[in-house]
Design a protein around this ligand. Structure first.
Ligand code: SF4
Length: 460
């Protein structure tokens, strides 16, 4: 037990740590889980101090004029702040700059020190191979607040639990439920204040209002996924597929639009179009009054099977501006074995429906998985050709091997890297499950994609 037993002023610091990687882009990327936790704990009566290390709107950034401002793009997306840092020793062979994406370290220190006596520090984590940013954020938090317990959760903690225990946190939790965090705090003698609970906003929406600026809102209308694709950890991280009530989802969208003037909404769902008649259809129809004022984006991809003529029309009229389709491969035998989510001809038909509804080439993209163990380069090439013929934009999605997926054992066997003991080798930049002869073909694949994108991307 620490001096924080029965803490009289229960302030919590919640941290979204830096990304450490060769590349990172803000494609509607916000720590949604952490923002839900912030909202829940605020309602429970804690004072919340959020430190978003990926913040581009922090008012004190002006003092760091040596760091160039990040270029921002359409619909709230754009680059992050970044600073080059030494590449980790085990990745020294990769001839690319390695960066810390996010706010300067000194600003992070300042933010931590601004909270005089926090009762606990709660840290999230995302990609497994971004862990150096998490470890560094914890190390500095411990330096500034040595006696304050650090509780760490998130995707890296869930997928690489044993490795995450070395991060320096006092507690590593694999639970994604805010209630279990409340239990952990209680066990440490950290209780909320009822007085404070009364003054919190009366909703459980993720606490986007704690950010320094809101460029867009990420909406999760469901959690989990009913599919079991062998390369995906969704089922492990969220075993149950649960859809929220449509009226709740549309009320949340209206709240952010009316209260904060937000126009861009990115769906974070893994399976947005499942049971569409009782889910996405009523959500969008009930927002009819706002069609034209709000825009929707699907960075996580939607299921090709879910795009009927009716859905395509509705999505168009409701204001979807970014449609990403989870194609992965043209090869039907790939789908038979690995994901069962696309059948012959369904991709072409879905694209036809989208065009007929009114979407333009540059609003529709198809994700193509590249770098799976035993995946022939030619199948990726064929898939790019298929997407090109369909008239939409191909996006290569480099495969990152993930523990607790069905494909993990095969990935470990196939990879030349020690995936088991070093999560840095999960980095998709390495294409860790392809051999050198396959990797030699990657520049050719990328230039094929570039040519197609050049043709379609900027047509009016
Ligand atoms: S890849 Fe997509 S469809 Fe497949 S299990 Fe993961 S989230 Fe679901």
């Amino acid at each position: 037990m620490t001096c924080h037993n029965l803490h009289p002023a229960p302030d919590l610091i919640l941290v979204n740590p830096w990304i450490y990687d060769f590349a990172a882009f803000d494609l509607w990327a916000k720590p949604l889980g952490l923002l839900y936790i912030a909202s829940y704990l605020r309602q429970a009566g804690f004072g919340i101090h959020l430190i978003d290390c990926l913040d581009i709107h922090h008012p004190k950034l002006k003092a760091y004029s040596s760091i160039p401002s990040p270029v921002r793009r359409r619909f709230g997306t754009g680059k992050f702040l970044r600073q080059k840092i030494p590449v980790p020793r085990v990745l020294a062979d990769v001839k690319r700059s390695y960066c810390r994406y996010g706010i300067p370290v000194d600003l992070y220190r300042e933010e931590l020190a601004a909270v005089k006596e926090p009762a606990a520090i709660i840290m999230t984590s995302l990609m497994t191979y971004w862990y150096p940013g998490v470890h560094e954020a914890i190390r500095i938090a411990k330096e500034i607040h040595p006696d304050v317990p650090v509780i760490m959760g998130g995707i890296y903690a869930g997928l690489c639990y044993e490795h995450a225990k070395r991060a320096g946190a006092d507690i590593v939790t694999v639970s994604r439920e805010p209630e279990s965090l409340l239990m952990i705090l209680k066990e440490r003698g950290i209780f909320a204040s009822e007085n404070r609970a009364g003054s919190a906003p009366h909703h459980f929406y993720p606490a986007f209002d704690l950010l320094h600026g809101i460029d867009y809102i990420c909406i999760a209308s469901s959690t989990g996924c009913p599919f079991r694709c062998q390369y995906c950890a969704s089922h492990f991280l969220r075993p149950e597929f649960v859809q929220r009530k449509p009226e709740e989802v549309s009320a949340e969208i209206v709240y952010w639009h009316k209260t904060f003037g937000i126009r861009d909404f990115a769906f974070y769902d893994d399976a947005l179009l499942i049971s569409s008649e009782t889910h996405i259809v009523p959500i969008l129809q009930s927002l009819e009054k706002y069609w034209g004022s709000i825009r929707f984006h699907t960075p996580n991809a939607v299921h090709i099977k879910g795009i009927s003529q009716k859905i395509a029309n509705l999505m168009y009229r409701a204001g979807f501006k970014t449609i990403r389709l989870g194609l992965e491969s043209y090869d039907i035998s790939f789908h038979r074995v690995l994901d069962k989510k696309v059948a012959e001809g369904e991709f072409e038909q879905a694209v036809r429906y989208l065009f007929e509804a009114g979407f333009k080439n540059n609003e529709i993209g198809a994700y193509i998985l590249m770098g799976l163990p035993d995946q022939p380069v030619e199948s990726v090439r064929e898939t790019v050709r298929l997407v090109d013929r369909a008239g939409v934009i191909p996006y290569l999605a480099e495969y990152s091997p993930l523990p607790h997926t069905e494909l993990w054992d095969q990935a470990v066997k196939k990879s030349g890297y020690d995936l088991v003991s070093e999560p840095l080798f999960h980095n998709n930049t390495l294409i860790p499950c392809w051999d050198d002869s396959q990797k030699k073909e990657i520049p050719g694949l990328k230039s094929m994609v570039y040519e197609v994108r050049k043709r379609y991307a900027y047509k009016a």
